[in-house]
Design a protein around this ligand. Sequence first.
Ligand SMILES: NC(=O)c1ccc[n+]([C@@H]2O[C@H](COP(=O)([O-])OP(=O)(O)OC[C@H]3O[C@@H](n4cnc5c(N)ncnc54)[C@H](OP(=O)(O)O)[C@@H]3O)[C@@H](O)[C@H]2O)c1
Length: 279
Amino acid sequence: MANSDIPNFSSHGCAIPAIGFGTGAMTGGMSVEAVAAALAAGYRHIDTARKYGTEREVGEAMRGSGVPRQDIFLTTKVSHENLRPADFARSVDESLRALQVDYVDLLLVHWPNPQIDVAEYMPALAKAKRAGLARHIGVANFTTALLDQAIALCPEPLVALQAEYHPYLDQSKLLAAVRRHGLVFIAYCPLGRGRLFNDSVLNEIAQARGRSVAQIALRWLLQQDVASIPFSSKPERIADNFNVFDFTLSDEEMKRISALKRADGRVANPAGRVPGGWD
Ligand SMILES: NC(=O)c1ccc[n+]([C@@H]2O[C@H](COP(=O)([O-])OP(=O)(O)OC[C@H]3O[C@@H](n4cnc5c(N)ncnc54)[C@H](OP(=O)(O)O)[C@@H]3O)[C@@H](O)[C@H]2O)c1
């Protein structure tokens, strides 16, 4: 399957496959075999980061898959410790070497850093793009205020914002900002890192439709034009999570799922990482 056959969301000429495979697993089990299973199941969007320590495995699985490099939408990220320009360039070089690729499709700032001004690193991000090391650029874990600043300060267009999003976390403000700027929203922890599976409403909808809870959660994101990057270590779940393009949730089901948001829904929240706090 070429990545053009998979539903995608676009910004500034960049088409991002709607379902990708996350490789920043907190639960262990991330392996060359898991990425290979994702590619075999049809995924053409793979999400890694320097910080995850999974770039070598991702590169190995890509090379072993027989899928042409240009058919895979590959994302990596520069972590918050490496945002000063010299560190930034070194981190990108290290990523490309570990992945054994000449470019990534999307390069993201992984997290903001309250000690380093956005004005310092947006030019470094744009420079990586202009040098051909990244086809497209974006940010992750930015608030609406930081996103406004980043866009104003970056000499190249941003195409995506990656942030946590699932039925337990209200991201309506951030989603509105992302849409206003014409970016693609990529949801990480789209399954709430496993917390959604006992939810009674999700289970009820899943049962009524003969689908899994994971598929219902991913479909809810898809119908908001949000891409997502679920992880699983298990080939059957990896395939299940990709199989969400052949059914539609009703407006009523969408509303019931949106109503599941909770004040304590956030899963990824390292202390002191986000200047000014979350939206
Ligand atoms: N930009 C950032 O700061 C950031 C932060 C966090 C995550 N991310 C990215 O987002 C990706 C996804 O997030 P995540 O891995 O933390 O959480 P997630 O995808 O929401 O959930 C993964 C968990 O759900 C389980 N699971 C997956 N599919 C399942 C299914 N069909 N049925 C039952 N259980 C299932 C997995 O367990 P099994 O392995 O047992 O199936 C795993 O424990 C990461 O891998 C990473 O690439 C980015």
